[in-house]
Design a protein around this ligand. Structure first.
Ligand code: FMN
Length: 578
């Protein structure tokens, strides 16, 4: 194995950024961007040892680049890449995953070399279209698809959805037996050592990374391990940290045992869909996102890729089921065989949700709904029928349907947690009192509102407010960094009607403002006509706090409607309720 490495030092910079290139196999070069001082990944992920973003160049008769790097490496990366290859000679960019730390330089690369064909999963190509806002040549790949670069470099693709992001694939080069996995098997560990020679140094970061990024999708990890099992592997070329060569099987086995333990302990919802059919893939992903907001695991099952034995096993172990109507088999009057398999393995303790994808010849949804109900399953949401192209409105409906399903499954657990609280502590906490507020948001055609009491002013300069928003709230996904909203203060003596209205249990996608007088703020969100005051706010940071997000926002404008009015105050008896 060739193991020569070169390093290029960056010009003086506020944090240390260096690049290492190394031949890792015949005609394969690793380009490792070393970010020595990075101390945070996302808001919640604290780093002890920096990180690296690894990209790879494979030269066959055609040349392929696998992933790029973080935008902070722009000049260093292109200097090195141009030293290795004439960009005009690169035919393919393989995108194993589109998170910006790996895809941050794709737009620049395509500007310099617009002839390049981007290869990725269907979801990755969709994500990229939204990310880089330019047209590009694309090739969607699925498990088992091949790309022959020549000179023995025959690439095979393995879908690994939900391994941190929904778009993930692995790329396997059968000529060198190198498996390129991007985030998977990675670790945030920055060091000149190219490989995993000293595992003891790496173990804590490897496990922390698994716990933060992969553990929440343990079942999907097991699915990907199963798909990669037949491949003989010489190196696991990850996108973060050292490449795994010396102890590769040990690292893979750790993923397997951690995921098996995690999957055994955690209830999950199985979502059955047909990837290629209608809008099935988009609908299923938004429902899955809604379920994940409640803390439950999800398992996406493409019916075309899964045998009936596996379907039966998943149905019999899942806490909840979501089924997207598959296309009716041609010239058949009986139920689709896979639906019969699902019905046969379902049990009455499960929650069920059904959706129709707009594919044209779906199995009829209502007879199936009736059959599940006859078996005693609880319909967690009304059947979702999507005929036209999904929009932001239908996305929100699907997300909320998923959240309703998850909340139904979690109902006993939530009750037990409250019961197990020490009564004195609960009462002491309950003496923290606050005002009463209504958050209102309009984003495009979607509006949402939420009654909130966990609201405080949080800074003077700039004027800032912090709000604790439960992770499974409908409004939560509209309070991302950069989003705007209105914070309405309710008035003492004049809040009961509004409070009652907004505390109703709204079905997924419902119009929460029907019958409520509003006018528009300059940021576009509704102001309640009966509010005492309003503030126009922009979300600038989010801090994960267990079951809530602490949403910190700046206040740009505001007005008091009644200068003599007082804020409605919320006194509580216990801290285990709002
Ligand atoms: C007095 C009171 C105060 C509340 N304060 C908050 C809050 O600060 N944060 C929060 O996430 N939910 C809070 N809630 C719960 C939400 O208002 C929520 O509307 C309700 O559970 C419906 O959730 P959904 O909008 O996701 O359907 C509060 C509820 C009550 C009754």
């Amino acid at each position: 194995m060739i193991a020569l490495t070169d390093s290029l030092q960056a010009a003086p910079s506020p944090s240390r950024l260096t690049i290492q290139t190394a031949a890792i196999a015949e005609n394969c070069t690793a380009i490792r961007c070393l970010d020595w001082d990075r101390d945070r990944f996302d808001i919640e992920f604290e780093l002890q040892n920096g990180t690296t973003y690894n990209s790879f160049l494979i030269r066959g008769e055609s040349i392929a680049l696998i992933d790029t790097s973080h935008i902070k490496f722009e000049s260093l990366y292109f200097d090195v890449l141009k030293g290795l290859v004439d960009l005009a000679e690169i035919s393919y960019l393989i995108v194993n995953h589109t998170e910006p730390d790996h895809s941050g330089l794709i737009a620049q690369l395509l500007k310099l070399a617009p002839h390049i064909t981007v290869v990725g999963s269907k979801v990755a190509i969709q994500f990229l279209e939204n990310q880089i806002h330019c047209t590009f040549k694309a090739r969607q790949v699925k498990s088992g698809d091949h790309l022959d670069l020549g000179l023995g470099h025959r690439l095979e693709f393995v879908l690994a959805p939900n391994l941190h992001w929904p778009d993930t694939i692995f790329t396997y080069d059968s000529g060198t037996a190198v498996l390129y996995t991007c985030d998977v098997f990675g670790m945030h560990y920055c060091d000149d050592a190219l490989y995993d020679e000293v595992p003891q140094l790496l173990e804590p970061d490897f496990q922390y990374y698994y716990d933060c990024l992969m553990g929440p999708n343990a079942r999907s990890v097991m699915g990907a391990l199963k798909r990669m099992a037949p491949l003989p592997i010489s190196i696991v070329a990850t996108g973060h940290g050292p490449l795994l060569q010396h102890h590769k099987q040990d690292w893979i086995d750790r993923y397997r045992s951690w995921s098996e333990a995690q999957a055994k302990a955690a209830p999950f919802v199985a979502l059955f869909y047909t990837d290629d059919y209608g809008y099935s893939d988009r609908i299923v992903r938004t429902i899955a996102h809604g379920i994940s907001k409640t803390g439950l695991d999800v398992e996406l099952v493409d019916l075309q890729e899964t045998d009936s034995h596996t379907v039966r096993e998943l149905v019999s172990t899942a806490a909840g089921l979501v089924v997207g109507m598959p296309p009716q088999p041609e010239s058949s009057t009986s139920l689709h065989p896979i639906l019969s398999t699902i019905l046969a393995a379902a049990n009455r303790k499960q929650a069920i949700g059904l959706f129709e994808t707009g594919g044209g010849h779906d199995e009829p949804i209502y007879p199936l709904r009736n059959q599940f109900q006859e078996l005693g399953l609880t319909a967690a949401f009304a059947p979702i029928l999507i005929k036209a192209a999904p929009s932001e409105v239908t996305d929100k409906l699907c997300e909320e349907a998923g959240t309703d399903l998850g909340q139904w499954l979690n109902r006993d657990r939530a009750q037990q947690q409250i019961k197990s609280l020490d009564a004195n502590l609960d009462q002491a906490l309950g003496r923290i009192s606050t005002g009463l507020y209504l958050l209102t948001v309009r984003t495009g055609n979607v509006t949402r509102a939420m009654l909130a009491s966990w609201v405080i002013q949080a800074s003077f300069q700039p004027l800032g407010v912090a709000i604790a928003v439960a992770k499974d709230r409908a409004i939560e996904s509209l309070l991302q960094v950069g989003n705007t909203f209105v914070l309405n203060t309710l008035e003492e003596g004049n809040y009961q009607r509004l409070m009652k209205h907004f505390l109703k249990r709204f079905p997924p996608g419902a119009d929460r403002f029907a019958g409520v007088a509003t006018y528009d703020a300059s940021n576009g969100s509704p102001i309640l006509a009966e509010a005492l005051t309003y503030l126009e706010c922009t979300v600038t940071r989010r801090l994960e706090a267990s079951d809530h997000w602490i949403v910190y926002c700046t206040a740009e404008a505001g007005r008091v409607a009644n200068v003599d009015g007082l804020t409605a105050v919320h006194h509580r008896k216990v801290g285990s309720h709002y």
